[in-house]
Design a binder for this molecule. Structure first.
Ligand code: DGY
Length: 318
């Protein structure tokens, strides 16, 4: 049997790789930098399947140069880098990996809440730098117990973060496109966006990136928050106006920011990094061995289904 031609933007985990190699002829880009556009165009000229990556723009122009393409799969829940309507126009299904990454991403998100509230990384820096010579100057954090956590974007990950917060004795409020039908069971209260900004001690952002959510958090929104507020972003960097966040932290309009996503990424020389009231992790929400392995499997399932012209297990544009 002739093998399917596929282009894969790595990494590709061993189990998924073995399954794909059985039926696919693979071109694998396993460098951490994104593939140059012209090389990708060459790779896609005869590709029937494509595993893309968040740092690659999949637009009309690219699709027009991929005449054989019949499926795109991506190992992430977010797909803001892909023009979904252009894919739909060309009858190309796009698969993503929701559900399997919920708990790991919720752990990291709540880890940022906990770590920033209790200044865990500052405590470690303090010990490492040899300042722990008495008990006097130990940095004080703030309690989670009794505080209000406001979640913006109450999807599956939001619900999983809410569970963790409630276990720590926090009240949970949320803002979402619509009120959840399981709201009572969640023990979380829907509020309007401004109310959430005003009442939350901790604000957790989990909205997907779209035209409406780009720069959802800017100068006005930071001004609306409590000056003691902690701001946690685990969604996409462009949901926040980075310069406005920087100003808000410098001016102490808010107390602290903990970010797993920033704009741009990677992010290595922005002045935000040097502020004392910031904690940044390098977009590691789903980065555990178990979760990434499951994401790899689901991505392979999506790709193989599309190549066989079957329904994708997790399809964005069905
Ligand atoms: C996701 O799954 O969307 C994560 O943010 C990784 O990009």
């Amino acid at each position: 049997m002739e093998k399917y031609k596929v282009a894969i933007m790595g990494p590709l985990y061993p189990d998924a790789r073995a399954r794909l190699e059985e039926v696919c002829e693979i071109k694998l880009w396993d460098k951490s930098d994104p593939i140059p556009r012209d090389e990708l165009v060459e790779w896609l000229a005869d590709a029937e399947g494509f595993i893309s990556r968040g740092d690659i723009k999949v637009d009309k122009d690219l699709l027009s140069q991929a005449p054989q393409l019949r499926v795109i799969a991506q190992s992430s829940v977010g797909y803001d880098n892909i023009d979904i309507s252009a894919c739909t126009e060309q009858a190309i299904p796009v698969g993503n990996t929701p559900v399997v990454l919920v708990e790991a991403t919720a752990d990291l998100t709540f880890g940022l809440v906990l770590s920033s509230a209790r200044r865990i990384h500052e405590g470690w820096n303090y010990v490492q730098e040899g300042h722990w010579t008495s008990r006097r100057n130990i940095p004080l954090g703030v309690d989670l117990f009794g505080k209000t956590l406001g979640i913006v974007g109450m999807g599956n990950i939001g619900v999983a973060v809410a569970r963790r917060a409630q276990a720590s004795g926090m009240q949970v409020i949320y803002h979402n496109r619509s009120i959840r039908t399981d709201q009572e069971q969640l023990a979380a209260t829907f509020v309007n966006f401004d109310q959430l900004l005003e009442e939350s001690d901790f604000i957790v952002v989990l909205v997907p990136l779209s035209a409406e959510s780009r720069h959802l958090f800017g100068k006005d929104q930071f001004k609306h928050m409590k000056s003691s507020a902690y701001f946690i972003n685990a969604s996409r960097g462009p949901v926040v106006d980075t310069e406005a966040l920087y100003e808000a932290l410098v001016n102490q309009d808010i107390a602290y920011a903990a970010l797993d996503v920033v704009n741009p990424e990677p992010f290595s020389d922005h002045p935000l990094i040097h502020l004392p009231n910031v904690l940044i992790t390098p977009h590691i929400g789903s980065a555990t061995l178990e979760t990434r392995t499951q994401m790899g499997e689901l991505t392979a399932d999506n790709l193989l289904a599309g190549l066989a012209k079957q329904t994708l297990p997790k399809c964005v544009n069905d």
